[in-house]
Structure formats: C-alpha cells, structure tokens
Design a protein around this ligand. Structure first.
Ligand code: UD1
Length: 391
C-alpha cells in the first residue's frame, strides 16, 4: 500500500488583523508531522509598514512567510486585482489541497476567488459575520468569500444563522470559536509586562518599574473606517466629541496610518495632542503600536472606543466596556453577551454612553462559549479529518 501524501495547506494573510488570526493556526499546523501536512504561509503585502506587519509577526511568533506578493496599497479594484494576478501562479505551482483565508480584508476575497476558480477548496476562518451594511468594503468581502468557500468556520452562533439563511449547506458550516481570542489567551500574560503604560505616561511618576502600580484612569480609541475618517466633517465632529470625553478621562489614540494621513490632510491635528504631561487630558495620538502593547493598553483601560471589529471581541473577553463608533456590528454576540455597546457616531449618544461608564455603569458581560483559546485546534482537526478522508 502506498503512503498517503501530506495534505498541502496554503495559509494567506495580508493585513494587520489577519496576523493575529493566523498565529494560532500556524502554531497548530506546525504541530503536525511532515507526513501529515505541509504548510505554505503567504503574505499578500497588503499591509507592509513595519508597525502594521513585521512587528506583529515578531511578537506573535509567526514564521516568516515563504512568499510575499508585495502588492502594497491601492484602490480596492486595483489592490484586489493585483493580489489575484500574483496569487494565481503560486496556486498553480504549489498545488495546495486547501487555501485558508481569514477575516474580511481585500486579501481574503482575492485569494479565495483565485483558489475556487482553480478548483482548490477554500477554508474561511471567521465566516458568516454580517453587518448588513453593504457600504462597508468588508461586508462585500465577507459575503463573497463565504459564497465560494467549502469550509466555513464561524466564531459565533450569528455566523451560523446567517450562513444557513443564505443557503449554505449544513455540512460546510462549523462553529469553532474565535482564533483572535486564541491569540489573546496565549499572549495576555506577556502583554502585561510591556512598558507601554510608562512610555505613554499613564503610570504615576516615580514608580520603580513598568510592571508595578496601577495606572491612572484612561480610555483607548481606535478609528480607521472609511466611513469615519474619509470625510473631513465627519472626522472633525467625532474628534470634537471625543475631545469632550477627553476632558473627563484622557484618551489614548494609536492611529492607523490612514487616519494619521487624514488628520494631516484635513488640517485637524489641533483637535488632538501628540504629547502630554501628568495633569493633561484630551486625546493623545500616537502612531500604531504593537500587538502586545495594545493588548496591555486595552486590558487596563476604563473603556475603549473603536470602529474596529476585532477590538469589540477582545474587550468582551477582557471585560472592558467597549463603545463601538458605528451604526451596526457584525459581531452581535459582543453586545448580547459581552461588554460592547453600539453607540454610532451621534455626539450626544457617545457622550451619554461615556458618562454612564464613568459613573460606574459600564457593561460587565461574559466570555462567549468556545472563545476558549482552542479554536485553531478545532479548525485544524476538522480540515485534516475531511481532507484526509477525501484524499
Ligand atoms: C484594512 C482592511 C480593514 C481592516 C484594516 C486593519 C480592507 C478592505 N480593509 O484597512 O478591514 O480593519 O486593514 O488595519 O481590506 N497604509 C500604510 N501602510 C500599510 C498599509 C496601509 O500606510 O502598511 C495606508 C495607505 O495609505 C493605504 C491605507 O493605509 O492606502 C489603507 O490601507 P488598506 O490596506 O487599503 O486598508 P486599511 O484601511 O488598512
């Protein structure tokens, strides 16, 4: 009898949130023997800045990608097309048994589309999430990726319901938990050792070490969605109300390069600060920070304001109240069970919600089922089981 060939798994990552999701998958895949599986890690190069990419690989211990497509930034059509054009020869050459894509960024859709057209099964990690807002580029990426995937790994029950409603066959859907939380569970302890609180002036002066002592109260802000930062009036009005919140509690704002660029282009730098002293308040903007530093910062925050998806999930697990600066969420479990409140972008709603938290009325919440640090383990077990029996 001939020995079965190892299963070839091609894992795709392209943008910052992808790296946090592939880390536990790569970890798990690396525990398989070379007779069982061969893994190829491919970076599309959608995010290329040191702070958005290499730093995450280093901190999360992700192996160096064997291939980097180096597509860089560009308009959606061009970026997606570039990724497709450069990814196709890789698939033709390496002949994977499955292509694994994560999340909802342009790299996710582009690589899924190439694979399915070459008749290679696609596994989508974080399938089924829906904001029901088709003006969000990520919603289009989610809908289309799910429509062409063979393995749909959902992180929460709403994902399963959405896929069923869209007519996805039951045997393709697997509720496995949340890979982003696998990373959080693994790295939280080491994240708490970073010097970020001291570096950002949040520890009272004169304390002996970065890991000792309680920081002064602060909030954390992230904002990079086109709907919040691409129009001057919208961004200005958000910064106005955030500045008001910042009078009551200092706000740390590690800004995405896209947001930093908009702040400059719209001449809005006066609405934020770039440094402060102990007594200062307001919104302090910094460049993007590492995964560990950000986790540390979130874990000690009084609350978090964000338009990101993943941060709604991370704050739920950390038990830190989260105010989502969007009109909807594709992650309803963070509202139903977790610490998330979708406040939208109306200044009065933001102020009211922030004041409620400062008055001690922040949501407590609980960690959703299966967000237990073992999602990657379940995903790899299902993939290996199905692909080996199909071989
Ligand atoms: C992408 C994802 C978004 C995700 C976010 C996380 C899509 C459609 N969007 O948005 O879902 O929440 O990543 O960060 O895929 N830039 C740099 N350096 C980089 C990368 C980007 O300066 O390494 C700047 C460029 O000016 C670029 C802009 O950021 O044009 C936007 O980058 P892009 O990858 O198109 O989308 P993000 O806004 O990062």
């Amino acid at each position: 009898m001939t020995k079965p060939k190892p299963i070839r798994v091609l894992v795709v990552a392209g943008a910052r949130p992808n790296f946090v999701k592939i880390a536990p998958l790569m970890d798990r895949l690396s525990s398989l023997t070379s007779g069982e599986a061969e893994t190829l890690l491919l970076h599309t190069g959608q995010h290329y800045d040191e702070a958005l990419s290499q730093l995450f690989f280093d901190q999360l211990g992700i192996p160096r990608p064997q291939i980097n497509l180096e597509v860089g930034s560009g308009p959606h059509g061009k970026q997606t097309a570039e990724i497709m054009a450069r990814f196709e020869p890789v698939v033709l050459d390496w002949k994977p048994d499955v292509v694994v894509v994560v999340g909802d960024v342009n790299s996710t859709l582009a690589c899924a589309l190439v694979a399915v057209k070459l008749c290679v099964p696609v596994a989508h990690v974080e399938a089924g999430l829906r904001s029901f807002d088709r003006t969000m580029p990520e919603e289009i990426n989610r809908l289309l990726t799910d429509a062409i995937s063979d393995f749909l790994f959902a992180s929460e029950p709403s994902g399963v319901e959405n896929l069923r409603r869209e007519g996805v066959a039951e045997e393709k859907i697997h509720l496995v938990g949340n890979v982003m939380i696998d990373s959080l569970q693994k790295f939280l302890r080491v994240a708490r050792q970073t010097s970020v609180l001291r570096d950002l002036g949040l520890l009272p002066y004169g304390q002996p070490s970065a890991t000792e002592g309680k920081p002064r109260p602060y909030a954390v802000l992230t904002m990079h969605r086109p709907s919040n930062v691409d129009e001057k009036e919208k961004l200005a009005s958000l910064l106005e109300v955030l500045g008001e919140v910042g009078q009551q509690i200092p706000i740390l704002f590690p800004a995405h390069p896209r947001t930093q660029e908009r702040l400059e282009r719209f001449g809005l730098q006066s609405k934020v600060r770039t440094r402060w002293t102990e007594a200062d308040c307001g919104v302090l903007v910094t460049g993007p920070i590492g995964y560990l530093e950000f986790l540390h910062l979130m874990s000690e925050a009084t609350f978090v304001l964000t338009d990101s998806g993943g941060i709604q999930e991370e704050t739920t697990v950390l038990g830190v109240p989260c105010l989502t600066l969007r009109e909807n969420t594709e992650r309803p479990i963070t509202v139903e069970e977790g610490t998330n409140t979708v406040v939208g972008t109306d200044p009065v709603c933001i102020l009211t919600a922030a004041r409620a938290i400062l008055a001690g009325k922040g949501k407590k919440g609980r960690t959703p089922t299966l967000w237990d640090g073992r999602a990657a383990e379940r995903i790899v077990a299902i993939l290996m089981d199905r692909l080996m029996s199909a071989a």
